[in-house]
Design a binder for this molecule. Structure first.
Ligand SMILES: CC(C)(COP(=O)(O)OP(=O)(O)OC[C@H]1O[C@@H](n2cnc3c(N)ncnc32)[C@H](O)[C@@H]1OP(=O)(O)O)[C@@H](O)C(=O)NCCC(=O)NCCS
Length: 169
């Protein structure tokens, strides 16, 4: 069984907490609201979300986090290990009121710092070509490495990325 844990940094106002069953309805609402930005564009039902969670709990190197700010869940982001490569997925600002303040940028910096410390420095993501988040990744020290019909691959550019010190509890 997966144990939940949290990541925080004195340098940051955003923290990460590995999800529990109580987060599923938030995750579902956020994903459905932003489904046009993702590969899977159908509406996710409560039952499908629970089914996903059952599979998730069995996968050792797959972590979905809630982004916390001032005691509130504002969004989510996930990581999964594919061979020796870390894939970041499901990056969503759930509460639009918390957007544009750099909180999601802080959260992805924390996530990448954790991945580098725990797993690998080879960190990337796949982003739909039409997704405005492409510019956001660029601002957050990712660069586009490959381009496909419908999506691009981005990877963390270590010449621009500065990891933060963090605590895992
Ligand atoms: C991508 C996404 C997570 C970014 O969320 P966000 O709230 O805009 O991200 P940030 O909090 O990092 O905000 C960045 C903006 O805040 C500004 N900002 C303000 N204060 C800041 C600070 N202290 N540090 C960094 N940026 C700051 C930046 O200038 C930037 O503005 P701009 O990009 O509009 O010019 C969000 O747009 C989203 O959920 N999109 C839909 C889902 C999606 O498509 N996800 C990606 C799938 S691959």
């Amino acid at each position: 069984m997966k144990e939940s844990f949290s990541l925080s940094s004195l340098e940051l106002d955003a923290a990460l907490r590995a999800i529990t069953a109580r987060d599923l309805e938030d995750l579902r609402a956020w994903k459905n609201a932003h489904r046009s930005g993702f590969f899977y564009q159908a509406i996710i039902t409560s039952e499908q979300q629970v089914e996903w969670f059952q599979g998730y709990r069995e996968r050792a190197h797959d972590w979905m986090f809630v982004v916390n700010h001032a005691g509130q869940a504002i969004g989510c982001m996930g990581l999964r290990l594919l061979d020796q490569h870390a894939d970041i997925y499901n990056v969503i600002l759930g509460r639009s009121e918390s957007g544009g303040k750099g909180l999601m940028s802080q959260a992805i910096r924390l996530l990448c710092s954790f991945i580098a410390a725990e797993y690998t420095r080879d960190i990337g993501a796949q982003v739909l070509r039409s997704n405005p988040a492409r510019a956001w990744y660029q601002k957050n020290a990712f660069r586009e490495t490959q381009s496909f019909d419908t999506y691009v691959e981005v990877e963390l550019d270590w010449s621009r990325f500065r990891p933060c010190l963090f605590q895992k509890v």
